[in-house]
Design a protein around this ligand. Structure first.
Ligand SMILES: Nc1ncnc2c1ncn2[C@@H]1O[C@H](COP(=O)(O)OP(=O)(O)OP(=O)(O)O)[C@@H](O)[C@H]1O
Ligand SMILES: N[C@@H](CCO)C(=O)O
Length: 319
């Protein structure tokens, strides 16, 4: 159960009174989620989601509001936060920063079909086309600059083989990305796993949970997507889902030559990024709650599969 901060009806009634969103009918805590407290709020006019921010850098919340406003204005399927009658989105509730969102339709796809993969690739491609012009700035908090110092913290918990694997990989990324290939930049979702999307049948209802959002290499976002959406249980790439996502993405934004060169390395770097972040949660900085952490092993397996198999050929772009 991930309601870390309970709320009463009167608190929510008072909160809602600042917005033109109707009067409270019901309030329901959402069990999913491990980082923030989420409630579904039904009013006499609409369905909403109320998020209380439990952790993280609260001073970064205005960046997320600006990014969601920007993507919403550009007609991407994201929950653009509600602004109150004075134009303010971010408020405090029960001592926590709070945002109110429209409730988007759909469920997280566990085993996405090819139509859903195409939808996702198309939407991410559209998002990256507009996000290149997003004026905000937040350096990617999980790129190589983070891997370099942080991987040292987990080495002691790894087998000698895994220590070598992790150290060698980080050194290889440093050699490759340290020479700064010229990769297209823009705003990223930063964590676009299946459980951060909602599908209403085959229709993409929305991309949610933008709290890893940042600016940086667009390719980083795409590699996270492929590693989660197009990987089989043995860690190997699923060619059909891989091609469906990448063909749809590239119909919106063809990859540059530099991105094509960097692609196999970016798949490895983003796999290691999650191996490491999950190891940190398990061994170094466990959260106060007792929810089962995500399994680090899954991303070690993915990394090893990318090393063994390389990347699959990128689908042809139809100009
Ligand atoms: N705008 C929305 N519309 C519909 N459902 C939503 C919306 N926002 C959040 N949810 C639901 O609430 C759940 C928790 O939300 P969210 O992913 O933001 O929480 P979190 O604690 O940050 O989770 P995570 O563990 O993925 O970081 C989601 O899995 C989804 O089911
Ligand atoms: N998507 C992340 C968790 C949320 O940041 C993971 O699977 O490790």
């Amino acid at each position: 159960m991930a309601v870390f901060t309970p709320l009463t009806d009167p608190q929510v009634v008072e909160f809602l009174s600042r917005f033109d969103a109707g009067s409270l009918v019901s309030l329901e805590g959402v069990p999913a989620g491990t980082e923030n407290t989420t409630f579904f709020v039904t009013t006499d006019r609409r369905e909403l989601v109320l998020t209380l921010f439990e952790q993280g850098e609260h001073e970064e919340l205005p960046f997320f509001v600006e990014l969601l406003d920007y993507l919403d204005e550009h007609r991407l399927p994201v929950p653009g936060p509600l602004h109150d009658r004075d134009g303010v989105a971010l408020h405090a509730l029960a001592g926590k920063p709070a945002l109110l969102f429209p409730k988007l339709p759909g469920q997280h796809p566990k085993e996405p079909n090819l139509t859903q993969c195409r939808e996702l690739g198309d939407t991410l491609g559209r998002m990256h086309v507009v996000s290149r012009h997003f004026p905000g700035h937040r350096p990617n908090p999980r790129d190589l600059h983070w891997l370099l110092p942080m991987h040292h913290k987990v080495l002691v918990y790894l087998s000698p083989q895994d220590q070598t694997l992790m150290k060698d990989e980080v050194e290889i990324y440093q050699g490759f990305f340290g020479n700064a290939p010229d990769l297209p930049q823009g705003a990223l979702h930063g964590d676009l796993f299946r459980d951060n999307t909602l599908f209403d049948g085959d229709r993409l209802g929305g991309l949610i949970d933008f709290y890893n959002g940042c600016t940086g290499d667009l390719l980083f976002d795409l590699a996270i997507v492929i590693n989660d959406w197009a990987t089989d249980t043995d860690g190997r790439l699923d060619a059909a889902r891989h091609d469906a996502i990448l063909a749809a993405y590239q119909a919106r934004r063809p990859l540059t030559d530099a991105e094509r060169d960097a692609w196999p390395m970016m798949l490895r770097l983003t796999a290691l990024r999650y191996w490491l972040s999950r190891l940190l949660v398990v061994y170094v900085d466990p959260p106060a709650h007792d929810l089962t952490p995500h399994d680090p092993e899954q991303f070690r397996t993915i990394l090893k599969a990318r090393l063994a198999d390389g990347a699959l050929p990128l689908p042809e772009v139809n100009e």
